[in-house]
Design a protein around this ligand. Structure first.
Ligand code: FE2
Ligand code: FE2
Length: 137
C-alpha cells in the first residue's frame, strides 16, 4: 500500500523564502525516500537519507545566518536546538541499513525523517516566524 505523501502544514510556512525553500526540499526528499523504500530500492533510499542529512546540515547554517541578520533574540537557543537535531541524524543511516530485509520498519524510518524536520520547522522555527512577522509591521 502506498504511503500518503507528506506535506508541510501551511502554518509551518515561515515567511522567509530561503528557509521555506530548504524545508520544502527536505519534504521532497522525505517523499522520494518513501517511494524508494516502497519499491525496495534500498540503495537509493540510503542515498536520499544522506542527502537529507547533508541538506539539514546546510540548512541549519543558512538559517542561523538569517536569524543573526534579523536580530532574532534567541539565536543561541535556536542553534542549540539545531545541534540536538544534528545528533539525531546519523541514527537514520543505521536505521536505513537495518530495514534492508524489506520489512515494514521503513514506515517508522520515514516517520523519523519527518520528526527531524518538524523538530526544526515546528518546534524551533515558529518562534522565528513570529519575530519575522513582527519585523514587517
Ligand atoms: Fe531552525
Ligand atoms: Fe528550519
Amino acid at each position: 500500500m502506498l504511503r500518503k505523501v507528506f506535506e508541510l502544514p501551511m502554518n509551518l510556512i515561515i515567511g522567509h523564502p530561503v528557509i521555506d525553500d530548504d524545508h520544502a526540499r527536505m519534504v521532497r526528499i522525505i517523499n522520494e525516500t518513501a517511494v524508494a523504500l516502497e519499491e525496495s530500492k534500498f540503495h537509493e533510499a540510503t542515498k536520499l537519507i544522506f542527502n537529507f542529512i547533508e541538506l539539514m546540515r546546510e540548512h541549519t547554517v543558512r538559517e542561523e545566518e538569517i536569524l543573526h541578520g534579523t536580530e532574532f533574540p534567541w539565536v543561541e537557543e535556536h542553534a542549540a536546538r539545531h545541534r540536538q537535531i544534528m545528533i539525531m541524524l546519523p541514527r537514520l543511516i543505521d536505521e536505513s541499513e537495518k530495514i534492508q530485509d524489506g520489512g515494514k520498519a521503513w514506515d517508522a524510518l520515514i516517520d523519523k525523517l519527518i520528526e527531524c524536520l518538524l523538530a526544526d520547522a515546528f518546534e524551533a522555527d515558529l518562534a522565528f516566524k513570529a519575530h519575522l512577522a513582527g519585523h514587517r509591521v
